[in-house]
Design a protein around this ligand. Structure first.
Ligand code: ZN
Length: 233
């Protein structure tokens, strides 16, 4: 499973943006899902978001996102492949109270224009929560940074990602990311990084060492976040 994950990340990362979009659409379609395309233009040019909708309870929808316009394994090819791997399980689940949107955003690297355009054009939804995956595939631990932590921290500029755009629209957002070992964070206490990273769960995968990537574990965490949001905490 780990080898397949790494192969996919390497393959995906080597594609140009148009073919990255095609890759995502193809994978989702192969899983029996029905991906849709949102074309938009911003001052940074033409962009394409890819998304899958599930359920029609528009007033209570969780949106799960990963941007695909980065150019490195970590940012965010690893996150895209991870989200693709759990997409079917996440969507086709026995949720009754929350609908779901799985969103692969373009133009995150240019002031989150992909997320901004998606939110502007999909006003039928009331998004109760965003779960964002960004910076994923390197490191031996999984972390999350929540909206509460971000808002209370003056170093918010450190965390430019799609979460910022969801927060701007008033949608609580949590970003999941891997990387940095706990030792690294401890050694960086002084520059305030440690205080905003909430260690959630230790994962036993490390990209460079080809350890197993645990799809099931990621699914369980996302599932937990979704259900938490559906109960309005
Ligand atoms: Zn990113």
């Amino acid at each position: 499973m780990a080898d397949q994950y790494i192969n996919d990340v390497v393959l995906f990362n080597g594609l140009d943006k148009r073919n990255k979009a095609n890759f995502i659409i193809k994978r989702l379609t192969e899983k029996g899902l029905n991906p849709k395309l949102q074309s938009f233009s911003s001052c940074f040019g033409e962009g394409k978001n890819i998304y899958v909708e599930y359920g029609n309870n528009y007033e209570n929808t969780t949106i799960i996102s990963a941007h695909y316009d980065g150019e490195s394994f970590f940012d965010n090819s690893g996150g895209v492949i991870a989200l693709l791997n759990v997409s079917k399980e996440i969507l086709v689940n026995e949720f009754s109270s929350t609908s779901l949107v799985l969103l692969f955003t373009d133009q995150e690297e240019t002031y989150q224009q992909g997320a901004a355009n998606f939110l502007r054009d999909n006003c039928k939804y009331y998004f109760t929560k965003n779960i964002n995956i960004d910076g994923f595939g390197i490191g031996d631990e999984l972390y999350k940074v929540s909206e509460l932590v971000k808002n209370s921290n003056s170093e918010i500029d450190l965390f430019l990602c799609d979460s910022d755009e969801f927060l701007k629209f008033g949608i609580p957002s949590t970003t999941y990311f891997s990387a940095f070992s706990n030792d690294y964070l401890k050694s960086n206490r002084n520059n305030n990084i440690y205080s905003v990273f909430v260690k959630y769960h230790s994962e036993s995968f490390y990209f460079k060492k080809y350890s197993p990537f645990n799809t099931k574990s990621l699914f369980q965490k996302l599932n937990w976040e979704i259900n938490k949001s559906s109960k309005h905490e």
